[in-house]
Ligand binder design. Sequence first.
Ligand SMILES: C[S@@+](CC[C@H](N)C(=O)[O-])C[C@H]1O[C@@H](n2cnc3c(N)ncnc32)[C@H](O)[C@@H]1O
Length: 249
Amino acid sequence: MCSPDQATVGEFLIALVYTGRVSAEIHPRAIRSFVTRAGRITEAQQRALDVSWPKYGVEFSAQPLDLAALFGRSAPRVVEIGFGNGENLAALATAHPERDYLGIEVHRAGVGRLLLAVESAHLTNVRIACHDAVEVLEHQVRPGSLDEVLLLFPDPWHKKRHHKRRLIQAPFVALLASRMNSGAVLRLATDWEPYATQMLETLSASADFVNLSPDGRFTERAPERLPTRFEKRGTRLGHGVWDLAFQRT
Ligand SMILES: C[S@@+](CC[C@H](N)C(=O)[O-])C[C@H]1O[C@@H](n2cnc3c(N)ncnc32)[C@H](O)[C@@H]1O
C-alpha cells in the first residue's frame, strides 16, 4: 500500500530501534533523502491509489522481486528514482513499449498522478513502488538487473547541515552500480550547480562508472527527457540545468 501513515510508522520504528527497544531485520534508515509531505491528494488521485494500486503497485518487502514475473516478460529495465509527478516516466513508457519501467517515489500524490496516467494510456510496462528507493534497491532489486537508472532533479538539500541527505554519495553510487548491468546507463539532472559538481566528482571517483560526456564533465540534455515539474520550476527561477550520463563498466 502507498499508505499515508507509512512515514509516521517508520519514524516511530526509528525511535524504537534507536532507543534500543526493538531490533528489526530491516531498520528504517536514520538519514533519509526525503521528508514526508502531507500534500493534498485529489479525489482522482485517491481513487487511483485505491483502485489501480493493486494492479501496478509493488509492495515493499525484504524479499527480492522477480522482475520478469512482475512485468510478465523479460525486457530492458529502467528505474526512475523520485519520479515526482511521473510525467517523464509516463512519456518514456509510452514511447518505449519494448522497455519496462519501475518508478520509485514516496510522495503519494505523485504516485496517484502516475497511476492515473498509466491507466489512461493503458500502459502495461510500468510498475510503481511507493517506498524509500534506497531500501527498494537494497532489498528488492537483484544485483545486475537494471539497464538504465534515472535520477532527475533529486532534492538538492541546499543547507550544508543537510548535505548528508543528498542521494548521490559514494555508498548510494556503489548500491546503484551493484544493481546495474555492465553497459547500463545512469542519467542524472539537477538545477543546483553545487549538487551537479558533487554528482560529477562522486561518479568520476567511482571505478564502476565511466562518464559518457566527451569532455568528461556534463552532457547535453537527453532529447527524450520531458521537462519535469521541478525542472520547469527551476527554469522559471532562472536556474541552469546540468545533465550527467555515466555508463556502468
Ligand atoms: C525535487 S523532487 C523532483 C521530482 C521529479 N523528478 C521532477 O523532476 O519533477 C524529488 C523527488 O524525489 C522523491 N524522493 C526523494 N528521496 C526519495 C527516496 N529515497 N525514495 C523515493 N523517492 C524519493 C521526493 O519525494 C520528490 O518527489
